[in-house]
Design a protein around this ligand. Structure first.
Ligand code: GLU
Length: 476
């Protein structure tokens, strides 16, 4: 029986530890995953994300079984709404092209659905669902009024002309516009969606609706964007690492860092590391890993990836002493070259499951004792276990990369008040939010007797906020 008068913030520890509760606890992860696999087949990344969260929640449910009694698990793993649509657009030869479009509106207990759009050929409904699920807890950790959502398409921006990108974005928004709104659902960028794409998407929304409003974040600075949003995910991942290091009485200055990826997150992780006197020596793209032992030349990297949009290999023209390690040079079976280079700290900023158990072992062997994730779920479950067993400072993506979406909320706040804040104000808020996320994760981890396990801390702290709001809202 559900006691509707229960004050869920205080009464939890008094709930009886009955044999029934125990039995339920023993089987609920297994039963929930089995039923997910049955009702949503072939969504492996989503099961992986769900399993991690559910496993971490066991100790919470032991102390607070009322979450189970309210059936929060069954409710939280099911998106409130999933939109799938066809996107037809004309390529430069006038030929019709077709892609799949998605928007998963996962959970709105804490605020309007919020989360980026990913355009990448690997995108499936399972990818968007895992990203949307992660986003619920990440957004909750920011402490801001944000629900969780995610969208995207299997469209491949690589090799497309600017005009093709524009027509694709217009076709995507022609369907999406009816589902979004400043208090309803506010998409942003993710892999394959940066300032250029957000611009085309925004232009089309405005053309269709005639409304100039904050329906996207990551907008251009002249038309509603926030100063500091572009940099926020990367800067935030570095701030999170600083917080983890501070707790261990260490600093980031002078540390050699591995960064993967060469998109927005990687570039601004590298920028902040350089500013703080650390030495980022790698980044990577789909073709290989760039290793510059002298430290990455940021201006050169930006020119290649933000202006010319070409391969990282071009870096070697200006810096012949650097190396570009391709798959042919590195036939490491389940590993990725970037994680096998000697360093002190690792920032996975590319994509999901880019860091395997083999890579985790190589990092630990090489003395890495801090990992801060700029990407979403970049480490496999086995890799995470290696980090936790070794007791290193490990910041999971849903905590360490939350600076991006947090700054998106700052952009929404500026849009609502028709203001534009200076960089200092945005950056100070970002720093405070990242420190607060770290504190919440660490305190929650300590509360559950695993003080160094920030995965447990992040999942429980994020879940509690969402679940409590869901209970307050009743069965809806
Ligand atoms: N795509 C980013 C993320 O994974 C940003 C989302 C947003 O700003 O809404 O959190």
């Amino acid at each position: 029986m559900v006691d509707n008068n229960t004050d869920h913030n205080n009464a939890d520890h008094n709930t009886p530890d009955t044999p029934d509760n125990h039995r339920h606890l023993e089987t609920y992860v297994h039963d929930t995953l089995t039923s997910l696999k049955h009702s949503s087949p072939a969504q492996t990344e989503f099961y992986q994300a769900a399993e991690e969260v559910l496993e971490c929640l066991r100790p919470l449910f032991k102390r607070c079984p009322h979450y189970l009694e309210h059936n929060i698990i069954e409710r939280i793993v099911e998106p409130e709404r999933q939109i799938m649509f066809r996107i037809c657009w004309a390529d430069d030869n006038g030929k019709a092209q077709v892609n799949k479009g998605y928007r998963v509106q996962f959970n709105s207990a804490l605020g309007p659905y919020k989360g980026g759009l990913r355009f990448h050929p690997s995108v499936t409904s399972g990818t968007i669902k895992f990203l949307g699920f992660e986003q619920i807890f990440k957004n909750a950790l920011t402490g801001l009024p944000l629900g969780g959502g995610k969208g995207g398409s299997n469209f491949d921006p690589k090799g497309k002309s600017d005009a093709e990108i524009m027509r694709f974005c217009q076709a995507y928004m022609t369907e999406l516009y009816r589902h979004i709104g400043p208090t309803q659902d506010v998409p942003a960028g993710d892999i394959g969606v940066g300032a250029r794409e957000v611009g085309y998407l925004y232009g089309q929304y405005k053309r269709i609706t005639g409304r100039y409003e904050g329906i996207l974040t990551g907008k251009g600075l002249e038309w509603g964007g926030s100063i500091g949003r572009k940099e926020a995910t990367g800067y935030g991942a570095v701030y999170f690492a600083q917080n983890m290091l501070k707790a261990r009485r260490e600093t980031i200055e002078g540390k050699t860092c591995l960064v993967s990826g060469a998109g927005n997150v990687a570039i601004y992780t590298i920028e902040k590391l350089l500013e703080l006197g650390a030495k980022p020596i790698t980044c990577s793209d789909s073709g290989g890993t760039l290793h510059d032992p002298e430290g990455i030349d940021l201006a050169l990297l930006k020119d290649i990836k933000e202006v010319k949009r070409t391969s990282l290999e071009d870096y070697l023209t200006a810096r012949p002493d650097a190396r570009y390690i391709t798959a042919a040079d590195y036939p490491g079976e389940e590993g990725h070259a970037v994680w096998h280079i000697k360093a002190d700290i690792a920032f996975p900023c590319a994509t999901q499951n880019e860091l395997t158990a083999v890579d985790a072992e190589a990092l630990l062997k090489n003395g890495v004792d801090c990992v801060s994730e700029g990407a979403n779920m970049p480490s496999t479950a086995d890799a995470i276990n290696r980090f936790l067993d070794a007791g290193i400072a490990y910041g999971p993506g849903k905590a360490a990369n939350a600076g991006g979406v947090a700054t998106s909320q700052l952009e929404m706040a500026q849009n609502n008040s028709m203001e534009q804040w200076p960089l200092e104000k945005v950056d100070d808020k970002l720093k405070a939010i990242m420190a607060d996320i770290h504190e919440q994760c660490a305190e929650t981890a300590a509360e559950f007797d695993e003080p160094t396990n920030l995965v447990l801390g992040a999942n429980i702290a994020g879940f509690r906020r969402v679940a409590d709001a869901m209970i307050d809202h009743g069965i809806v």
